[in-house]
Structure formats: C-alpha cells, structure tokens
Ligand binder design. Structure first.
Ligand code: SAM
Length: 242
C-alpha cells in the first residue's frame, strides 16, 4: 500500500511512521543493503559484539523490525536464554517472523509494542537494544525511561542510530547522499520515494551524540559511552542501569 506522508496531517508522526514501515516492510532488507552498500552489516556486528550477550541471558530487541540483531542475540543467548523481538509495526514483525523461521529460530517470541510503553515487568532483561529505531519514536525520553525500567540492575541498554558525522565535509557529502540519492533509490527499487525522503529527514532531526548521551543519563542510565562508526554516520551508545 502506498502511504505518502503528504496525505497525513502535519505533526502526526505516529501515523506517518506506521505508514512508512508498512509500505517498505517487504523490501526492507534489500533496501538496507543497497542504501548502506552492505555496511549496515558491519555496524550491526559491532553492536552485537558490544552487547556481549552470554548464554542464558534475557534480551529484548526493541523496534527490532526484520530481526537482524535478534537473530544474533538468539544464537548467543542459546536454549537457556530468551530473546524477544518487539516492534510497533505488524508488517515488520511479519517479515521478522519469516526471517527467524528461515534461520531455524523458532523459539523467539514476537511482541507488538510501542517503545514508549513497553509491556514488560520492571527489571526483566539483562540487555535491551534499539537499532535504528529511536529516531522513529515520537517521545524518545519516554522510550528511554521505559527501556531503562525493564532492565535488571546492572543490565545494559544499547542504542544504535544514525548520528552526526564528525567531519563537516563528510557531513556535506552525506547530506547530498541522503537527500538526493536516497529518495531516488527509494523510487527505483521500492517505488516509494516519500518513505525514503522521510528517512533522510528523520536522520537529520535526530539528536547528536552528546545530546543523546545526556538523554540516556536523564533516563537513569550510568556510565554511558558513545562509539562512533563510519566517522559518526552511526553511533552506538551503551549505558547501564544502576
Ligand atoms: N532494528 C531493525 C534493524 O536494525 O534492521 C529495524 C530498524 S527499522 C529502520 C525501525 C523500526 O522501528 C521499524 O520496524 C518500525 O516499525 C519501528 N518503530 C517505529 N516506531 C516505533 C515505536 N514507537 N516503538 C517500537 N518500534 C517502533
């Protein structure tokens, strides 16, 4: 279904985001590879290593979409652990279910949930991740609080998101790429220019490294560290619940 955001009243971010992901769900994995020239796999590998999930742990992948991170965590947590894939969007979860089954991972529960109001008990996870999801969330502070609440004391939250390139020249090139080439590729490959224009806009609007670090500290996380990847195009933030 085509769902151009010009049809949505301005400011109705929730519906716009829902439309974007319902519309791109079936092409989502292909577009990720194309748009990042495959580099998103390297970024995800870094986040998975930093998460350091061990056998027997409980892990929640928020805004997990088609489950790239979930699958790695499920392998690391093993049969004694538990990994949950959650996302607000049913179409994305549907694709996630298919991918999990393709990889023989049949024991991963899928939970449709808004990151702002997670339906899990306090202190129930060793590790929570949100990969390329936070920028789509309307109330980011609420989402950070909600994820922190669901962590066990000592548990860690990892936020992986597009961020601010450290070098201004790289920043300029990247702006050109995201506002010109991205919508073009969206049109050609997914026949959906608007969704990919939304993507570029949401990246530009997202808080930079230091701002996000402060927001995580405000949500109650400690020892927050920032890891810049590809010159700050992507950043991974990790913090711990005390
Ligand atoms: N984590 C996956 C990955 O790295 O490939 C998927 C990332 S995808 C760019 C962003 C996901 O965020 C979409 O699946 C979308 O449905 C989900 N999302 C958007 N708003 C959300 C919210 N408020 N709560 C939970 N998930 C949300």
């Amino acid at each position: 279904t085509h769902f151009g955001y010009e049809q949505v009243p301005l400011g109705d971010k929730r519906r716009r985001v829902a439309g974007v992901f319902t519309s791109v769900a079936h092409k989502y994995d292909l577009m990720n590879d194309l748009m990042s020239l495959g580099v998103h796999r390297v970024w995800k590998r870094f986040a998975v290593d930093l998460a350091g999930v061990r056998a027997g742990e409980r892990v929640l992948d928020v805004a997990g979409g088609t489950g790239d991170l979930t699958r790695e965590f499920a392998r690391a947590a093993g049969p004694k652990g538990q990994v949950i894939l959650s996302d607000i969007n049913a179409a994305m979860l549907g694709e996630g279910r298919k991918r999990l089954v393709d990889h023989g991972l049949l024991n991963v529960p899928l939970v449709q949930a808004n990151a702002e109001q997670l339906p899990f008990e306090d202190g129930s996870f060793d590790c929570i991740t949100i990969g390329f999801g936070l920028r789509n969330v309307t109330d980011k502070d609420a989402a950070l609080r909600s994820m922190t609440r669901c962590l066990k004391p000592g548990g860690r939250l990892l936020v992986m998101e597009f961020s601010k390139p450290l070098n201004p020249l790289l920043g300029k090139a990247y702006d050109q790429y995201s506002f010109k080439l991205l919508p073009f590729m969206g049109r050609v490959v997914a026949r959906d220019e608007d969704s990919y224009r939304y993507l570029a806009e949401s990246i530009r609007m997202h808080p930079d490294q230091q701002t996000l670090k402060g927001m995580m500290e405000n949500a109650g996380l400690a020892r927050v560290q920032v890891y810049n990847l590809s010159g700050g195009i992507v950043a991974v933030h990790r913090g711990f619940r005390l």
